[in-house]
Design a protein around this ligand. Sequence first.
Ligand SMILES: Nc1ncnc2c1ncn2[C@@H]1O[C@H](COP(=O)(O)OP(=O)(O)O)[C@@H](O)[C@H]1O
Ligand SMILES: CC(C)(COP(=O)(O)O)[C@@H](O)C(=O)NCCC(=O)O
Ligand SMILES: [K+]
Length: 244
Amino acid sequence: MNLLIDMGNSRLKWAMTMAGQIMAGPPLANDRVDRQALIKLWKGIYRPRRIAVSCVGAGHLLELVQSVARDLWLDIDVILVKSQAQAFGVINAYQQPEKLGVDRWLSLVAVWQKYHCPACIVDCGTAITVDLINAEGRHQGGMISPGLMLMKNALVQGTAALKFDDTNYSFEPANSTEAAIYSGTLAAAVGLIEHVMSKQTTNLQLILTGGDAELIAGQLNLAPSIVDKDLVLRGLLCVLEGRT
Ligand SMILES: Nc1ncnc2c1ncn2[C@@H]1O[C@H](COP(=O)(O)OP(=O)(O)O)[C@@H](O)[C@H]1O
Ligand SMILES: CC(C)(COP(=O)(O)O)[C@@H](O)C(=O)NCCC(=O)O
Ligand SMILES: [K+]
């Protein structure tokens, strides 16, 4: 058994793996990550053979995760995964490949391994990232935009009167501030994806991941998309399996 840990800017996602299967545990919000919470999360699981970690979030949380892992399992091998210029059949488009967020890199790796087709990968997390991969496994570059929660928070922080709530309103022009912010931010995300897809001259499979993937996928006016919540974790598994 191995342990996979994907540390984003909002939440820590994790999974155990057995015979190539990913068994995801409950995500943990970053503002609830402390030593006690991590021990509670993992004290009941078998000692992993190895741990693979990707982190685009805060460095102090990464240090905490590494420290808890070493407390729980003496001498455990913790592999901190980084973006590469080329690996697992995927070629990173960045001029400085190590600058591509490792979560984006691992999603590319996972999509190429699992679907092996040209794709538009959208990670609907703290940020919304769009990455394109062609039929040869060549990354065609990407885009970074604020995620739904960041957009809402930016509106509240930059204005005197705006506030939002957690309600799922209907996606249409609205007659309250909260509902208007819901519709406006969702429209920004949907519009970004529809824009990118409208510019493509070849067929791409649209694949969404991240905390807001289902919500956004449900409003797209496009050919059916795939929602795959475990892409980054699957990318971590590819790295571990490539190193056995
Ligand atoms: N239960 C939840 N807790 C926190 N965020 C959630 C939850 N459900 C959906 N979300 C949305 O998911 C986003 C975080 O998605 P996630 O993929 O975990 O991001 P990241 O990888 O950046 O940490 C939040 O910005 C929020 O809009
Ligand atoms: C763009 C991101 C902030 C997305 O992070 P997330 O929303 O998954 O927490 C992350 O992939 C990152 O820090 N990237 C480095 C810069 C880049 O990819 O160009
Ligand atoms: K992510």
